[in-house]
Design a protein around this ligand. Structure first.
Ligand code: HEC
Ligand code: HEC
Ligand code: HEC
Ligand code: HEC
Length: 140
């Protein structure tokens, strides 16, 4: 009797709690696919940026940052790519470079990384490095 009660409690709870679309395609909610597909796109993708900003591509190709996608630094910019007139992009943090270059033992040794205090003191990174071609110093 007890076994029957436990099993039917389990089956009842399962029928109540498992979302309807679960298992439609696999071991997840089928509706999750629709929900994700309906979200608006935040990133334009590198090729889109490069299509309009050929000058930047040319400059950047000569420097050590040639491998980086635009949105790695400029942030998700699909809104600007869609309509360049209404939305521009700003990099607010003057030391955003440290997101990638802060010294950290977990990074591969060969990746260029600096101790911010030792290397830059209180200066901003771009007072000495151009962002698109970082081994060049900006014009004074
Ligand atoms: C449809 C063409 C087009 C696309 C696509 C586009 N841009 Fe632009 N972008 C422009 C125009 C036009 C301007 C304003 C004129 C200028 O400064 O070149 C501009 C300006 C900018 C600026 C300078 C903003 C400022 O305030 O000085 C940045 C940074 C920028 N774009 C980054 C990007 C990034 C990153 C992408 C990809 C996500 C991108 N753009 C995609 C056309 C485009
Ligand atoms: C390493 C980070 C980094 C990458 C990668 C990068 N940018 Fe920039 N970019 C900057 C910074 C910093 C500025 C200075 C303006 C600011 O503060 O927003 C800038 C300025 C610009 C400007 C303003 C005009 C100029 O030339 O100074 C444009 C346009 C631009 N970037 C487009 C791009 C595009 C397109 C790509 C990809 C091909 C790209 N950037 C990749 C960091 C980056
Ligand atoms: C999204 C990550 C990312 C950001 C943000 C970034 N960088 Fe880089 N940086 C890289 C990569 C990747 C390389 C190439 C490393 C290589 O060649 O092994 C590089 C190379 C460099 C180099 C050349 C080092 C050398 O001697 O080879 C300098 C200097 C540099 N970055 C400075 C900066 C500065 C200054 C900023 C901010 C304006 C910045 N980086 C932002 C990823 C980044
Ligand atoms: C006072 C000028 C100055 C400032 C400010 C500065 N740098 Fe540098 N940086 C240099 C010079 C010069 C070099 C090349 C010589 C060297 O490796 O020390 C360099 C080299 C680098 C390298 C390459 C190191 C390597 O091992 O190849 C990286 C990465 C770097 N800087 C990132 C940054 C970041 C991130 C900031 C901001 C927190 C910054 N720098 C601020 C002058 C500066």
């Amino acid at each position: 009797m007890l076994t029957v009660v436990i099993v039917s409690l389990f089956l009842g709870a399962k029928a109540l709690l498992v979302p309807a679309s679960f298992g439609q395609y696999g071991w997840y909610r089928g509706n999750a696919m629709k929900e994700v597909a309906a979200a608006s796109i935040a990133f334009a993708g590198r090729a889109t940026c490069e299509g309009c900003h050929e000058e930047v591509v040319k400059v950047k190709a000569a420097g050590k940052h040639k491998g980086l996608g635009c949105e790695a630094c400029h942030g998700a910019n699909a809104v600007h790519a869609e309509d360049p007139n209404t939305a521009t992009s700003k990099i607010e943090d003057p030391r955003f470079c440290l997101r990638c270059h802060a010294k950290d033992f977990s990074k591969p040794e060969k990746f260029p990384q600096v101790d911010a205090v030792e290397h830059a003191g209180k200066d901003t990174c771009r007072s000495c490095h151009k962002a698109h071609t970082p081994t060049e110093a900006p014009a004074k």
